[in-house]
Write a protein that binds this ligand. Structure first.
Ligand SMILES: [Zn+2]
Length: 334
């Protein structure tokens, strides 16, 4: 509209000069500046429209712009309180990079692209003192602050009797521990920027007689005064019982280890991994892509074990979390 009005007025100005001698270009420039001043002081065409017409014009002209306008980033935390051993889930919407978090909890979350934004797992170790912690998330030049209340959980206390020969060959063996340090510890830091898992996790054995040791159990072995902590759930089951991948992922490790026997580690993405110990045999190999329910091995009693069972753990980087809430569907990251 402006261009058209400008052209008309310019034409009128020039028409008014028809009887005058042709102007030099410098005069024309001067006239143009005057014309511009005149036009800008005139009411805009939109101001001349009725209110209804004006709104209709504005709506139709602004619609394409509102579709490409970015949404306002928001950060949500799954819960501001959780018992020891659970993992919180942080989601920043409408951002695709540069989300960072700092917390007074002993794990700094890493963010990965997830749906309409970025997400991170925030695990709470069973060794964390209960109390209040702070979480600060920064995204798109804004900051969100949360207070997290870490709640108590009661842990099973267990006296375990282990035959000394097995203990010597496994938990007390420098060679067995060195092998574990070399082959398994480096895998914990892996944080694949792809979320392989979907929905609830499967029970890892098709059937079992009982859960003999719970996640986080405080365990005294052979009368020792020093307790160890149990990193997962032990399912007592008949030797040969099928063991399944509990969710989609990639096999990071599938081999025999002196400490944990036939062992499988599955990468579920975002730093989340599942561990399977003491199997009699393996049904998978490192590098394989697995789906929830794919066979990974058979129950056995290899490594540090007193009888046929599956030891199953869930880990976020260096922190073992309660594997049961991922199976019953109440975990925050499901
Ligand atoms: Zn165990």
């Amino acid at each position: 509209m402006y261009q058209k009005s400008f052209a008309i007025l310019l034409a009128l100005a020039l028409a008014g000069c028809n009887s005058a001698p042709a102007r030099e270009p410098i005069n024309l420039v001067s006239s143009t500046a005057e014309i511009h001043h005149t036009i800008s002081s005139e009411p805009e065409p939109a101001q001349l429209l009725s209110k209804a017409e004006s709104e209709s014009t504005l709506e139709s002209s602004s619609a394409p712009e509102s579709q490409i306008e970015p949404a306002t980033p928001q950060v949500t935390l799954s819960s501001q309180s959780a018992p020891l051993g659970e993992a919180l889930f942080i989601h920043a919407s409408a951002v695709s990079e540069g989300v960072t978090a700092q917390t007074t909890l002993p794990h700094q979350p890493k963010f990965f692209l997830d749906g309409d934004g970025m997400s991170a797992l925030l695990p709470i170790a069973y060794t964390t003192p209960v109390g209040n912690y702070q979480l600060t998330v920064s995204a798109a030049a804004q900051t969100w602050r949360f207070e997290i209340v870490v709640q108590e959980r009661s842990f099973q206390v267990q006296q375990l009797t282990m035959d000394s020969a097995t203990e010597e060959e496994t938990a007390l063996s420098a060679q067995a521990n060195w092998e574990w340090e070399q082959k398994i510890e480096p895998l914990k830091a892996i944080s694949t920027p792809e979320k392989y898992w979907e929905g609830t996790f499967l029970q890892p054995v098709e059937s079992y007689s009982e859960i003999t040791t719970e996640y986080g159990a405080i365990r005294y072995t052979n009368g020792s005064k020093v307790a160890s902590r149990h990193s997962g759930t032990d399912y007592a089951a008949k030797a040969g019982t099928q063991v399944y991948a509990t969710n989609h992922g990639v096999i990071l490790f599938a081999d025999f280890l002196q400490l944990t026997g036939n062992t499988v580690v599955i990468d579920h993405g975002f730093g989340l991994k599942s561990f399977y110990y003491h199997m009699d045999s393996l049904d998978t190999q490192a590098g394989a892509v697995v789906k929830r329910g794919d066979p990974v091995g058979k129950v056995g009693s290899t490594g540090y074990s007193t009888g046929p069972h599956l030891h199953y753990s869930l880990l976020v980087n260096n922190i073992f979390i309660n594997p049961q809430t991922a199976i019953d569907g109440t975990a925050a990251f499901i």
